[in-house]
Design a protein around this ligand. Structure first.
Ligand code: FES
Length: 111
């Protein structure tokens, strides 16, 4: 289980929960009804699943692939800890993860 904290763009708490290993951060966020669009469903073709990982938690994650880095190059509001939530897999070893939703991200699914 991963203790997951997701913050709104203003830093306020959106949700705190525990999530089972074996699913992506995007999947968990969508199940919880958070406004992460994920239009391409993890194919790394949209970047609408962009999140800002807490700096302390970034080293816990595997490095992004070259394709993920390329996608982030064209993503608004990107920062040094930006990642694509579809590429973050929750694992048993990942005990805690905090991410923040970027400012002004699209919510085209109306969630
Ligand atoms: S869902 Fe499209 S890049 Fe993550």
């Amino acid at each position: 289980m991963t203790r997951l904290t997701i913050l709104n763009p203003d830093g306020s708490l959106a949700i705190e929960t525990e999530a089972a290993a074996g699913q992506s951060l995007l999947s968990v966020a969508q199940i919880l009804g958070l406004p992460l669009e994920g239009t391409c469903e993890g194919a790394m073709a949209c970047s609408t699943c962009h999140v800002l990982v807490a700096p302390a938690d970034l080293p816990k994650l595997p490095a992004p692939s070259a394709h993920e880095e390329d996608m982030l190059d064209f993503t608004p509001h990107v920062g040094p800890t930006s990642r694509l939530a579809c590429q973050i897999e929750l694992t048993a070893a990942l005990e805690r993860l905090e991410v923040k939703l970027p400012p002004g991200h699209a919510n085209m699914q109306g969630r």
